[in-house]
Design a protein around this ligand. Structure first.
Ligand code: SF4
Length: 301
């Protein structure tokens, strides 16, 4: 356990590799079934239509060039040596298995590669794709799997297009293949208060006890430009959480999770230009200070 009183991803990777490991975000050009018409064209109600993507592939940079760009800057600025390839944009197991296989082949020889982290949705995994990920040779293999809420009514409200049961099934299948699953959870979803958020945390904690979930990523829901949530917010139908509430909720959530749960992130970080509200979500240092301060206060002694 780190002095931060929870097991951060950085501390976990330090323990595994004996040195700091840096994440490099990669844009492999995948799309999302909730955007390309497979499920819907609207997307999740909070989702930036760019899907958290860097857009580097569209700018002509293949994966090796993206890797080199980040790696070069981390080597020079931080003396970094080991890196985790993070397929972040959209749903990186969507589409034919052959496509995922090709992407993994491109990633395999990247210099300094210590592991893999693949962001996706529960409905974009099947036995063939899990087999490809399981066969990928790396010490650390994480599946960053979106749940957001364990409440199916909320999942319908935000147009997720899957259920909590779908998540549990996918997480269990992935863990059975030897992948480490990181559950993505949101605080401040429309129609949800602290009780519903902590119910989602308990749902994930139960899966962690069963061995299906190994990590959690927390996300303070903020309003992004050009989203259905932005329209609800501008009509006064949605109000984001207060910073003090978010800090409280996360501190309580950490106490509910098994202590060895790897916390990939305590809060989200809006991309430049996408944030409409709340203002505090754009103050990364202040947000981190508030959350860490609340965690420390919640673990006296
Ligand atoms: S699944 Fe992810 S990329 Fe797709 S619409 Fe939802 S948040 Fe956006």
């Amino acid at each position: 356990m780190s002095p931060l009183r929870y097991r951060s991803l950085a501390a976990h990777l330090q323990d595994v590799f004996g040195e700091k490991v840096w994440k490099i975000p990669l844009d492999a050009g995948f799309t999302c079934p909730n955007r390309d018409g497979t499920l819907s064209r609207q997307g999740c109600s909070f989702c930036n239509p760019r899907g958290s993507g860097s857009g580097l592939l569209a700018q002509g940079l293949d994966l090796a060039s993206q890797w080199e760009r980040f790696k070069h800057s981390l080597e020079r600025g931080r003396k970094a040596r080991l890196f985790l390839a993070y397929l972040q944009s959209y749903s990186n197991t969507h589409g034919p298995a052959e496509r995922l296989a090709r992407v993994l082949e491109e990633i395999r020889p990247l210099p300094g590669l210590a592991g893999l982290c693949v962001g996706t949705r529960p409905d974009c995994l099947d036995a063939e794709k899990l087999g490809l990920l399981a066969a990928f040779s790396a010490t650390e293999k994480w599946l960053d799997l979106g749940l957001q809420s364990s409440n199916d009514a909320t999942l319908v409200r935000i147009n997720r297009g899957h259920t909590a049961r779908d998540f549990a099934r996918a997480a269990t299948a992935a863990a059975t293949c030897g992948l480490q699953v990181c559950a993505h959870l949101m605080a401040g979803l429309p129609g949800e208060g602290q009780e519903e958020f902590l119910a989602s945390v308990r749902f994930v904690a139960d899966l962690a006890v069963e061995g299906a979930v190994a990590g959690v990523k927390f996300h303070n829901l903020y309003v992004c430009r050009d989203t259905p949530l932005a329209e609800q917010w501008s009509r006064g139908e949605y109000a984001p959480l207060a910073l003090a509430d978010y800090a409280d909720w996360v501190a309580e959530a950490l106490a509910l999770l098994p202590p060895n749960t790897v916390i990939h992130r305590l809060h989200a970080d809006p991309a430049p230009g996408e944030l409409l509200a709340p203002d505090w979500a754009g103050d990364k240092a202040g947000l981190r200070r508030a959350v860490l301060g609340r965690i420390e206060a919640g673990f006296p002694g």
